[in-house]
Design a binder for this molecule. Sequence first.
Ligand SMILES: Cc1cc2nc3c(=O)[nH]c(=O)nc-3n(C[C@H](O)[C@H](O)[C@H](O)COP(=O)(O)OP(=O)(O)OC[C@H]3O[C@@H](n4cnc5c(N)ncnc54)[C@H](O)[C@@H]3O)c2cc1C
Ligand code: FES
Ligand code: FES
Length: 473
Amino acid sequence: MASAAHAEFSFVLNGKRVRVWGNAPQTSLLDFVRANGLTGAKEGCAEGECGACAILLVSENANGRTLYRSVNSCLIPLPAIADREIYTVEALAESGQLASVQRAMVEHNGSQCGYCTPGFVVSMFAEQHRPDPSLPDPHALGGNLCRCTGYRPIRDAMLAAGPVPEGPLLARLSQPAPTAAPLDYRTSGGRFSRPRSLAECLQIADEEPTSRFVAGNTDLGVVTNLRGERFPHLISLENVPELLEFHDLPDLVEIGAGLTLTSIGELWERNGDVPPVFREWLPLFASLLIRNRATLGGNLATASPIGDAAPLLLALDAEVRIATLAGERIAPLSEFFTAYRKTILAPGEILRSIRIPKPIPIGTRFYKAAKRSLDDISTVAACFSISRNSEGRIAKARLAYGGVAAVPLRAIEAERQLEGTFGEPGDLTRAKDSLRHTIVPQGDHRGSAAYRLALTQSLLDKFWRRQSGAVAA
Ligand SMILES: Cc1cc2nc3c(=O)[nH]c(=O)nc-3n(C[C@H](O)[C@H](O)[C@H](O)COP(=O)(O)OP(=O)(O)OC[C@H]3O[C@@H](n4cnc5c(N)ncnc54)[C@H](O)[C@@H]3O)c2cc1C
Ligand code: FES
Ligand code: FES
């Protein structure tokens, strides 16, 4: 049953329930908290790049443990927070005492102008409270940028913050995270619904052709904030159980399209069997702040030619499961992308899950060439997978690329040059010649066409050298 329409909802902000009434659905959470006097979170970029707007979202991990997830509040539409619980930097100091991460920042000179500092402190706090006894990992701060202090003192502060002190914010984690009820929020500025089932999502989308699905909003939010686009009706996929399933079966892994990248990592970890290529791919995708919200389905459905999931999944022969009002269909991912930013999804259809056949070939490797090694968009991404038969011949070759055409693609011709061979130097040369003749990249501010074409071959060379044991990585 659909939920009743309302122009209001509530959520818990720094331990107190607040009521939201009449704000347009695409108001960002950042704008809301700042307009309510909580100006610790800053707007640096409004596109998820700097982390100055980080806040803590009370969530549950794959093991059912309550934890604080640091997220970019500039990319969260306000109604997405209905019924949920967040903390801003203002809540971290307790009884007039700085939190230990704040004190560590002071003691290690981790702040100069201070603009980035609240965001860093929030990410440090989430990392310090992570339910894992290992040392804090400074990579958790990878989505926070600082323009003046330099990162060494900040890293030192993170490492020196020490164990989590007792207090209400630690005690909060012994209680469950709130569950989000269905929502139908309507104002003169638009509508935001959060249905509770796949069938309801499909139904609402069918009734309102101008509606748009939203998951983590890390793509759509950038369009909203920087290009000023407004969507009359957003249908949130966050609360749809069918999209949050994860099945690691003997012959395939099926990953719900609505799972965030962080959750996928945790679910795979819980099963104790994270494929090595996924382990190397995950930290190269954006930053923790983004991965805590970005979904796998959103990455494919947005169909960016430089999206990082497509090359990985193309090399693994993944399939997509698509939900429609008339039923479901399954298609190979290699047929999913039809043109620049276009897919086989018809309006109102939902990407339900991604299916990866098992076994995942051990030697599969992912490479990302970007201007920065972490927290950057790919210039070219590539994923290579080779399976050999008992004689040592290449039975199956998969060479998948992003950033070299209007759509992510497999270099089928080059794959054919390798299949059936022993993968000797001459075979590799023929495959690289084939790449030169079949791939026609476009140049842009991230890299010229010639540079991208050269990368298709040099990344393959790198993979081959590693396969043959000539280099370590
Ligand atoms: C700072 C920053 C860094 C980034 N870095 C990377 C990176 O390193 N690599 C990379 O690949 N991407 C990167 N991205 C892009 C983005 O984070 C990903 O594409 C992300 O996976 C999108 O998922 P989402 O859930 O946020 O999608 P949303 O923004 O919620 O949705 C994106 C689109 O997909 C549609 N959609 C979402 N889910 C479904 C579904 N299940 N069925 C049908 N349609 C659906 C929506 O209608 C919308 O059109 C970055 C983005 C930012 C802001
Ligand atoms: S303002 Fe830069 S990430 Fe939100
Ligand atoms: S202290 Fe100035 S941006 Fe970090």
